[in-house]
Each structure stands twice: as C-alpha cells, then as structure tokens.
Design a protein around this ligand. Sequence first.
Ligand SMILES: *Cc1c(COP(=O)(O)O)cnc(C)c1O
Length: 786
Amino acid sequence: MDKIAMKNDIEKQLKIKYGVGIEEATGGEIFSALSTSLMGLVVDNWKDTKEVYSTGKQAYYLSAEYLMGRALGNNLISLGIYEEVEELLKELGVDINAIEESEEDAALGNGGLGRLAACFIDSAAAMEVPLQGYGIRYSNGLFKQKFENGFQYEEADSWLTYGDPWSIRREREIVEVEFADMKVKAVPYDTPIIGYKSNNINTLRLWKCEAIEEFDFNSFNEGKYTKSIKLKNKADDVSRVLYPNDDMRAGKLLRLKQQYFLVSASIQDIISKHVSLHGEEFKEFAKLHAVQLNDTHPVLAIPEFIRILVDKYNVEIDEAIEISKKVFAYTNHTILAEALEKWDRSLIVKICPRIFEIIKVIDEKFIAELKVKGYSKIEIDEFRIINKGVVRMANLAIYIGFAVNGVAQLHTDILKDTELNNWYKLYPSKFQNKTNGITQRRWLRSCNKELSALITELLGNEDWVKNLALLKDLEKFKDDEAVLTRFMDIKHEKKVQLAKYLKEVDGIEVDPSSLFDIQVKRLHEYKRQLLNTLYILDLYYRIKENPEMKIPKSTFIYGAKAFPGYKRAKGIIKFTNDIANLINNDKDIDGKIKVVFVENYRVSYAEKLFPAADVSKQISTAGKEASGTGNMKFMLNGTPTVGTYDGANVEIVRESGEDNNFIFGLRIEDIEKIKSEYNSKEYYEKDPSLKRVIDTLIDGTFDDEGMGYYKDLYNSLVNENDQYYLLADFESMKKAEDQVFEAYADKMRWAKICFENTCNAGIFSSDRTILEYCSDIWNIKSTRNN
Ligand SMILES: *Cc1c(COP(=O)(O)O)cnc(C)c1O
C-alpha cells in the first residue's frame, strides 16, 4: 500500500463527497471516504477474479439472508493493511476504532442462518473458491431493539442513510422480474468479498427492486402526485424489509413475492451469463454450475430455472427437469415443524401462475416415479409436493435436489432417522452432513486482536488465519503456566473492554473481575432463555437465604431480539429484565450476582461479547437446535460450553473433551423415553425451589402491566405441560452450574479449560465447511486469480 497516495485519496474523497477537510469530518464521513478509497484497491483484482472463475465450474449460494455486520475492519485485515491504515489515520489525528464504530451493521438477516451465509462467502473468498452469493438488498434490515421499562420495542433499521460505500450498483446488469400483476426491475448491487491475503475477490450480489418507470410523468403533470408514485412504492415494497421471523413461518404474500423476486433475478442472471459464454446449450449446464439453496426460502429457483429453459429456450420440460436435478442442492436448517415452509397454492397462482403450472408438472412426474417404485397412495401423499392445496417447499427441494444436507452431525442423523426418514429411504445417497462453521477472520483475528497476536507469537506465524486446524499445535503449551496466564490476562482485558462499552452504550456497570456468563442468540422458546432466567432467580433466592454461599461473583449477560409478533418471546425478555431489576437493586445481594440484558444484540455487538465470555450458555432442548454457530464463536475465543447435548455442542465436546465443558440435561433419547408420561406439574409440585421461581410469574412479584405475558409463561410451564422440558432440566442445570463455580475458583484449572477450547476449535472454521461443500456437493475446485 502506498501510504501517501492513500492519505491523499482519503482527503480527496472527503472533499468530493462532503466538501470537508479531515479535521472537520465526522467519523461516518471518514468511514465512507476511507472505504471508497479502499474499493479502488480491489476493483482490478475483482474484475480479474470474475474472468478466472468463468473459465470453470462455479457455484452460487442463494440465500434470503446475509447477516454481514460491518465491513471495514474485516476488509482491512483481508487486505493485510489494517496496521498500516491504523498508523496512517493516527498521523491524521484519527482513531481507527472510532471510525469502525461509525459503520452501520448490514443486518440483512435474522440470526444463525444469515450469519452462516456471511461466514460462507468470506470463507469461499479466502479459500479462492468460485462461489457467488445472491440475496436481496433490503432497504431496512432487521429492526433495532429498544427496551423501555423492560419491554422490547422495535424501530426501523435504516442502514443506508449514509449510503453503502462497499457496494456498486450495476446498471448494465439489471434484469426484469415479472409477477402476475406487475413487472419490476431487479437492480444488482455488488459487494466485493475480499479473500484473506489473496488476489481473489468474490462477489455478493444483492438485488434491489425498483419500478420500471420511476414515476408516471403524465399523472404527475395532471397533478395526481400520489398516483404517480404509487407504482414506485409498490415496487419498492418488494425489497423494503427483511421479515423479522427466525425459525417461524410467516405465510405472507409479500414474503412470497420477495422469494420469487430473488430467485427469478438470480436464475436469469446465471442463465444469461451461461448463454453469453456457451450459447443456448444446456445439456452440460450442471458441469458448469451448481446452485445451493440456503433453506427453503429460495426453493422457487427450481421451477423458475425450468420455466426459463422451457419458455425462453424451448427445452422440453422433461429434459429441463432432468437438468435441474443435477444443478440444485438443498440445505435444511431446522426440524421445527412450524418453520417448514408451505405456501397455499392460491398464493403462488396469484403471484406467479406459470410457476405453479411447472410445480404441478414436477409433482405429477414425481408421483409417476413413485408409482413405478410401488409406493402406496398413502405413502405417495406423504411425499407429494402439492398436497391438500399447499405447496411444500422442502418436498420440492428434496425431490429435485441432488444433495440434501443437515448442518451438524446430530441434526443430519435426526433428519435421516426420523424427520425425513421416508425420504432417506427413498434417496439414501442424497443425504449428507455438513457441520456448520464460522470464519476465524471475523470471530477471532478481527474481534480479538490481542488473542490473535498471542496465537501468532506462539505458533510463529499467522498461517492459522487461513488454516484454523493449526490451532491444534497450541496444545504443547497447555501446561505452560506463563502462557496460560497470558491467555487469561487477555480474557480479562477483553472483559474490561466489554465493561467499558456496556457503560458507554447501555449505561450499565459491571465488574470485569466477575465471571461473565453469556447467553446471546435470537429469542425462542426452544433456546430456553427462560430456563436461564429461572435458574438465576433461584440462585438469587438461595443467596438471600444463605448469604455465606460460596460462589464466584457472577455477571449474567443476555442478548436477544424477539420476533415482534412472538408474544412468549417478548414475555421472556420482560421477565428477564424484571429479575435483573430486582437482583441488581437488592442491597442484600451486594453485587454478588448481576443480570444484564444488552440492547440491540447484533453482529458488531457480538464481536465484543464473544471474546469477553467466561461461560458460553447453549441450553436448547435436546433435538431442537440444528447446529448453532454462536457456540463455536465462544469456543474459538477460549470459552467452555455450559449446555445440553444438542446441535454442534455434541461435536464441540467431542473435540475439546468432556472435562473442558459442562454438559447437562436430557438427551434426545431421554426425551423420547419420558415424552409420553411427562407431566411438568409433578416437577413443579415436587421441587419447592422450582415452584418458588415459577410462582413469581403469578403471585405479583413482577408486573407485566396487564400484557398477560406472565400468566401465559406460567401456563406454558405448568398447564401446557412445558413443551421444551425446562422443568425436567432445571435440577441438572443447577448441578452443572455448581461444577462451573467450582472449576472457576481454581484459576489454573479454569485457564486450562479455556485454553483447550481454543486449541480444539480448528474444525469449526467455515473454511473447512466450505471446502467440504466444494468436494462433496458442488464438485468445484479452488481457482487462484494470478
Ligand atoms: C452467531 C450469531 C447468531 C447465531 O447464534 P446461535 O447461538 O447459534 O443461535 C445470531 N446472531 C448473531 C448476531 C450472531 O453473530
């Protein structure tokens, strides 16, 4: 990097964009100028990478969500110039941290699924894999969360107020998408995904929906201003907001429109590029392209692909279907029945009638195949894509997809053995496991520079940033007290930093020398934040009864957004904030325990929380969490898991050992056994400590201001038989926590536990995951630019 040229360019950008000099510029303006300047460094490699990739087979990741977070810091690290730019800014009297903090999060996703997509495209670029991401450029990402008197309120997220310097609008590559009632423009915005210390620059292409004609000039002239912008608004609506639901179905017309918009634009794009390179020849299409469907949201890509081949290029429909069977692969992310997408046929007919016709042909073809195989009518009904007036997106994806994968070993086993067992018997070879991963560039190298420096020093180089399996070599230091002490000093430093941030942003004081027990993830009953809250409330009562109780001073930290229409989730937030209020203001407790619910949990906040955690809380009901990736981020930053035997927790324990984690509670097979006789009332009546904390929901201890939240939570636990087995796991959670307190009190033992978690986290790199997709599903290879 040419420092002087860079400096001049930043100043020039500031002048052009904002008419200011660096002394007067705000953080946001400097962020924008610097980012624009950095774009100048990548454009050539970006263009070249595209050309290199187009010479071989490419894969495309179709996802309705990308939870990207901030770009600047990560891009500087990938370009290998973070320190240089930090220095340069310093010379200009500017603190790089403040500039990074000025960037808005791109929160175009809800939680794990969207963050996975973001990690995958980072890994693909770092691994020089020809993978392009396709998604929607929502004008408003996930809502901003505010607390008032403990209640969650939502505010619109307007991440684009100051523009997005990391994307380029590609006017030349606009495509048209046709709905039954209107035709719109899909405008591509491309973001470079910079390969870590590589010349490969991959692309994330997000589509924005716009009206073909921005406004109707004649109406405007006639003074009908409202009418003139009506079409514009109708088109804008399609990519206006991200649906805020996570793992819950929202069968809304607009959401279906969004899905069709995404897939139609993306598939047209893929096919037209293919045609311009290879002509109207589709027999070999699957040798050149693979499309990965991230959950069922983009599954309409299948009939859209067939539609284009048939209607535009005159391919026979049977042949088009056969081609599609070699192109599409599907990732299943959930076993929650309510999250499996189904659309009323009438909705699909209303939005894209031709797509429904094609789905019908696929369904009939499938039925015919099943008949030949000797399946009965009842069995066939189970498989059918269209059944009783609804279109089942997962069925379409599994029938056509050449590969179907779960996202952790346990999850894939559940799919094969129970949830999709009939499908597994029909197509055993389609089923695969691809355990999720996280990118170490963001989740260690960037968010924990202190630990990164120590690792680099111990290993002698930075190769681990591109090959996380190398962390295993740290094991030789596991009994080295000097190393362990430094490791824990860094943990303490990260806790001090988090404490400072909490004070600044949330106005809350916490003691960095207390144990930081952290549960951060979307709010959902199956994730059992409520179990954590009941546990803490019980701990509070026990301390009050027995002030001499020996436990380390502890801070319990939560971060979670609740789907705005999910009453129980909102009740759990209010309840947790209420117990925080009670505990934090009780003089008797004397700060022994403290409860903090951070506002507006998101990627950039997560980057401050994971490195500062002493305990990673992963307590979902066994069998419900497909994988989890938060658990991996904690582990990588040297934090043991306190959790259930669920999702990727199973693999975390397998890698780092039972002694280095605290596993408790019912396992899947236990739940299977007790399921039919389970009676939560028995637990409630039998265990006075459990009864005491549950009764606070109805005895006036707390006040939900007439919302009915607490009565409802009480009912869910006592009168609706506790669908998520909180009461059954309460006792064993207490025991696990006691073990944590005991282990934590022994500083060296604890240090070793933390260190071993980092040493064994290598396998949870999304680099590993993406390379598995390449070899086992897409059949593509790394392709270097230059
Ligand atoms: C990693 C991450 C998630 C996923 O967390 P889980 O604990 O796996 O559910 C959700 N939101 C954000 C902001 C994340 O960074």
